[in-house]
Design a protein around this ligand. Structure first.
Ligand code: PEP
Ligand code: MG
Length: 597
């Protein structure tokens, strides 16, 4: 029932994952960012001990975090600024508070979070009522450190995200990729996040989980509260708050139409992704694990164009062993029956962080020790284990190895040398593998695109990572909704770099794919096809619409659009060329992805 008291309103954000979700809100950001009353108050008597342990762990993690921050501030500023952390550390170690929390957990059977919150809240209230401004301000310090402890407490236990206890629409100010990866898929109807953009990894994960999602919805987590009714329109990026009965009916109709369309697209999955004049574009899937391969097959794919292996390393307290990885790679490669499986080596860093591997916070993680940099500089052991597992799995089908975040020929040579050393080891150990596994690199930095010709001499294929290529070309953090307006796939600089990459690949006769999110958005399909890419690799959910779009394209028309777009001096003009063509050849696909209700 729509709430009679509250007016229906629409909040606009960024469409992150297609689909309609209608349901009740569960706010989760309080667990991460602010000092608010936790939702879970009571616990079972059996959980008293584990609750106390979780609390101690949260204090340990908080203490370690505060020390790291203190050191950094000391290095950058002076001891005075850094001494604020002494005050915070005192709170973490305050025996009186800690004893009280443990006592409340024991006797009242309260969750540690609730016991801690209520204890601290009493102090905060008392301080806030003091006449002295200085003392009143100390209440904020206490709240600050308390939020951190609460967040670590939930971070360790992750009680809500992986067990929602009912169908919910998750609303958060921010949701990290690791938190998203934990979501209880059975019960998440959809989610709406205040931060992020279309290519933030949280958005990408939502697509691979097939959960309708919108991101970058300003103020969503303070506008809504747990229990509110909301509609998430993941096609256009809207959240309809307190919808009326008639709006709900309309969205149910839209849902039915979309289901019908997706059923048709699945039906078309056996059709060749070929232009009207007979040019074949290889379609492949981006996957995070074996579960995605099943849905990729339903939508029809010629293989895996990108396996993001970092999710094997995130949310885990130990690194996956060679054998564990081998089993996963083997299963995926065998299940694709000879179709290529492109496995990318670990791309941790940026917004994909692992507690075990990225323990040192970097000031600019997207420009930091990410991907092959981490592997080559600090953790060659991890790279070696991963490559060994991949090579061992290569005999089960068609493996391609992909290296991310390349900026120089030196890196590529170093990586190939390591690979050759591993091959030599395997030979010595008489372990079989395919010697002719194709080696490719991501072209996702302007540096790589600009030296594509030289890089093409060293490898068998390129995979254009448009998500990062746009981020690094436009100097726009791909997860920051405040600068999302500058995240422009058709900006002349971006199109120019893609063109340079594709031409270098074609001149050197190597395969070129696009595996960034652009590949799965029909508005860009005429451009990418016209620029001459061989393959488009995308979230499985996009395969149907892209296949349908390709089948309406005439190559010479797409080439003409691409050439005209390359001459445009702004992103909008180039986009219009592609979108107008799409509207003309595939109005159904155009409507699906651009129209709200
Ligand atoms: C990209 O950057 O376009 C890409 C495919 O890799 P990721 O999104 O994992 O950074
Ligand atoms: Mg990338």
């Amino acid at each position: 029932m729509a709430d009679e008291e509250q007016k229906e309103t629409i909040l606009h954000g960024i469409a992150a994952s297609p689909g309609i979700a209608i349901g009740e809100v569960l706010i989760v950001n309080s667990f991460y960012t602010s000092f608010r009353e936790p939702d879970i108050k009571n616990i079972e008597p059996d959980n008293i001990e584990s609750e106390k342990k979780a609390f101690e762990r949260a204090l340990d993690v908080t203490r370690a975090e505060l020390r790291v921050m203190q050191k950094r501030i000391q290095a950058e500023l002076d001891d005075k600024e850094a001494s604020i952390f002494d005050a915070h550390l005192l709170i973490v170690d305050d025996r009186m508070i800690l004893n009280e929390v443990e006592m409340l957990v024991q006797t009242e059977k309260w969750s540690a979070a609730y016991a801690f919150y209520s204890t601290i809240n009493r102090y905060v209230k008392a301080l806030a009522a003091m006449p002295d401004v200085y003392i009143r301000e100390r209440a904020d310090d206490i709240k600050d450190v308390a939020s951190r402890i609460l967040s670590n407490l939930h971070g360790n236990r992750q009680p809500i995200l992986d067990n929602l206890g009912g169908k919910k629409i998750i609303v958060a100010h921010d949701l990290t990729p690791s938190a998203t990866a934990l979501l209880d898929r059975e019960n998440v109807l959809g989610f709406a996040v205040g931060t992020g953009s279309q290519t933030s990894h949280t958005a990408i994960l939502a697509r691979s989980m097939k959960i309708p999602a919108i991101v970058g919805v300003k103020d969503i987590s303070i506008t809504l509260k747990t229990g509110d009714k909301v509609i998430i329109d993941g096609y256009v990026g809207n959240a309809i708050i307190h919808p009326t009965e008639s709006t709900i009916r309309l969205y149910h109709q839209k849902e039915t139409q979309e289901e019908k369309l997706y059923a048709e697209l699945i039906h078309e999955s056996r059709l060749r992704p070929e232009t009207l004049d007979g040019f074949r574009i290889q379609l492949a899937a981006n996957v995070d694990g074996i579960a995605d391969v099943k849905s990729a097959k339903r939508f029809g794919t010629a293989g895996v164009g990108l396996f993001r292996t970092e999710y094997l390393f995130i949310n885990k307290n130990k690194l996956p062993s060679e054998n564990e990885q081998f089993e996963i790679y083997r299963e995926m490669i065998s299940s694709l029956n000879g179709h290529p499986v492109t496995i990318r080596t670990l791309d941790l860093g940026g917004d994909k962080l692992s507690e075990t591997l990225n323990s040192l916070a970097e000031p600019n993680p997207f420009l930091g020790l990410r991907a092959v940099r981490l592997c080559l500089q600090e953790r060659p052991d991890i790279l070696r284990t991963q490559l060994r597992a991949m090579l061992r799995a290569s005999v089960y089908g068609s493996l391609k190895i992909l290296f991310p975040m390349i900026t120089s020929t030196t890196e590529v040579t170093a990586l190939i040398n390591i690979l050759n050393e591993i091959k030599a080891d395997l030979k010595k150990e008489k372990i079989s593998f395919k010697d002719d596994v194709e080696i490719g690199i991501m072209i996702e930095t302007p540096a790589a695109a600009l030296i594509a010709e030289a890089l093409a001499e060293l490898v068998d294929f390129f995979s254009i990572g448009s998500n990062d290529l746009i981020q690094y070309t436009m100097a726009v953090d791909r997860g920051n909704e405040r600068v999302a307006y500058l995240y422009l796939p058709t900006h002349p600089a971006v199109l120019g770099l893609i063109e340079k990459t594709v031409s270098a690949a074609r001149r050197k006769n190597i395969w070129v794919s696009v595996c960034g999110e652009m590949a799965g958005v029909p508005q860009y399909t005429p451009l990418l096809v016209g620029l001459g890419v061989h393959e488009l690799s995308m979230s499985p959910i996009s395969l149907g619409t892209i296949r349908r779009t390709i089948r309406k394209i005439k190559m010479h028309e797409a080439e003409d659009i691409a050439q005209r777009a390359l001459k445009c001096t702004n992103a909008q003009d180039a986009l219009n060329l592609s979108v107008n063509y799409l509207r003309e050849i595939a109005p159904d696909v155009f409507d699906l992805t651009t129209k709200g209700l």
